[in-house]
Design a protein around this ligand. Structure first.
Ligand SMILES: [Zn+2]
Length: 410
């Protein structure tokens, strides 16, 4: 099914084309900007009604500049931005502008957007969280509302594709550490056995002990040593671990260090080092602590050939950070063009669940999120840490409850 949308010349066509491309991926309906050789458009998008069957009023921000903090209204129970009172329009707001604003994280280009103690954007101040729509991918609701207004019969197929991902924050808990550290760790997690850990001969954190039971599509994101843990990619046993994970058939990506989230040159060095050690190009990334800077982090990743980026994930919440349940290309507002860097929404991560709920409430919450994603034909990632598999200390009660959800993704 194709929907031809004609647009006023004042609308920057490259931006509108980008939104229509995302809407196409999100809905399965072909949203296309109308060109002279196409059949007559059904919808006109702009500032004046051009006599098409339907008219949608565009926000003035397309001509000038979108505000960092547009005012929010409620329409049929949904929060909306870029509202207006033009009675000729099929909707009382501009869902294309709202989509563009959400996907570009426009509000975070405000130099005064607050940061937390780790230098990350304070997500609690983001529009999605303030409006409490993180568990509902609001862009899909807006698309659905426009299809109703245009009298299009549309039901997305109920399907869900899930990419399991593991952040290897701590390659070893015991091995390759001095004895006093092993002892300290064992005491901290409340277990002094098995003695093998203490001898440094075996290690429950080592992914090779359990990765054979994981879904084959699992992506391992590897963290370089420095401030975050002691082992550089070039430390021979770590390099061997990385090569073995690859040989087992799993894909490897970079887990950009905390510092690299603000220093793109450092991120580049980590990527090059991992490629050298792994003997392959690295196409995926997620930032450690989910720390990134707009637009620098994504700019450097796009230029360095990263194709899939998984930092789109809540640390203090679960759900849809950008209001969407499918991957989308990152749009660079500075160069004003879309890139080939695809941001993959991560639906939930173990650490966030540990912060906001209890193990007994996890099944209800995760099932709710998954069925919401399924409702919109979603394609998302889920995230666990290798420490979850080690299942020691604070992780112990979570391993049992989260593992089945992670394994179910096959
Ligand atoms: Zn991490």
């Amino acid at each position: 099914m194709k929907v031809w949308v004609s647009a006023d010349p004042e609308i920057p066509h490259h931006r509108l084309d980008y939104v229509l491309e995302v809407w196409t991926d999100a809905s399965g309906i072909q949203w296309r900007r109308h060109r002279p050789s196409d059949p007559p458009p059904i919808l006109h998008f702009g500032y004046a009604d051009r006599g098409t069957p339907f008219f949608l009023r565009a926000d003035p921000g397309w001509k000038h500049r979108f505000p960092f903090h547009p005012s929010t209204k409620i329409f049929e129970g949904m929060p909306i931005i870029f509202g207006h009172d033009d009675g000729r329009s099929v909707l009382p707001f501009d869902p294309f502008a709202a989509t563009f604003w959400l996907l570009t994280e426009w509000e975070k280009y405000d130099p005064n957007f607050p940061r937390d103690v780790y230098g990350r954007y304070d997500e609690r101040k983001s529009w999605v969280i303030c409006q409490r729509v993180e568990r509902r991918p609001i862009i899909h609701y807006w698309i659905q509302r426009l299809t109703v207004a245009l009298q299009i019969q549309w039901t997305p197929p109920h399907r869900l594709r899930i990419r399991p991902t593991i952040d290897v924050d701590m390659p070893w808990g015991f091995q390759h550490r001095p004895l006093w550290q092993r002892l300290g760790k064992a005491l901290r997690v409340g277990r002094l056995h098995p003695a093998l850990w203490l001898l440094g001969r075996s290690d429950p954190y080592d992914v090779r002990h359990w990765n054979h039971s994981l879904p084959p599509s699992t992506l391992f994101l590897m963290l370089d040593g420095g401030e975050d843990h002691p082992w550089s990619f070039e430390f021979p046993p770590y390099a061997e671990m990385i090569r073995q994970i690859r040989r087992t058939g799993f894909k490897i990506g970079l887990h950009g260090s905390l510092r690299s989230g603000q220093h793109p040159s450092r991120w580049l060095k980590e990527k090059e080092r991992l490629e050298r050690v792994a003997g392959t190009g690295i196409l995926s990334n997620r930032q450690h602590f989910l720390r990134y800077s707009l637009p620098e982090s994504y700019q450097v990743m796009a230029a360095a050939g990263i194709r899939k980026e998984y930092t789109t994930c809540g640390s203090g919440y679960v759900g849809f950070k950008h209001g969407i349940a499918v991957p989308f290309r990152w749009y660079n507002p500075i160069d004003d063009c879309p890139t080939n860097l695809r941001l993959v929404p991560t639906l939930w991560m173990d650490r966030a669940l540990m912060r906001i709920t209890t193990p007994s409430r996890v099944p209800a919450l995760v099932n709710e999120l998954m069925s919401e994603a399924r409702r919109w034909n979603g394609s998302v990632a889920v995230l666990c840490h290798n420490a979850l598999w080690a299942g020691m200390g604070e992780w112990r009660p979570w391993k049992k409850v989260l593992l089945p959800f992670f394994m179910e993704q096959m």
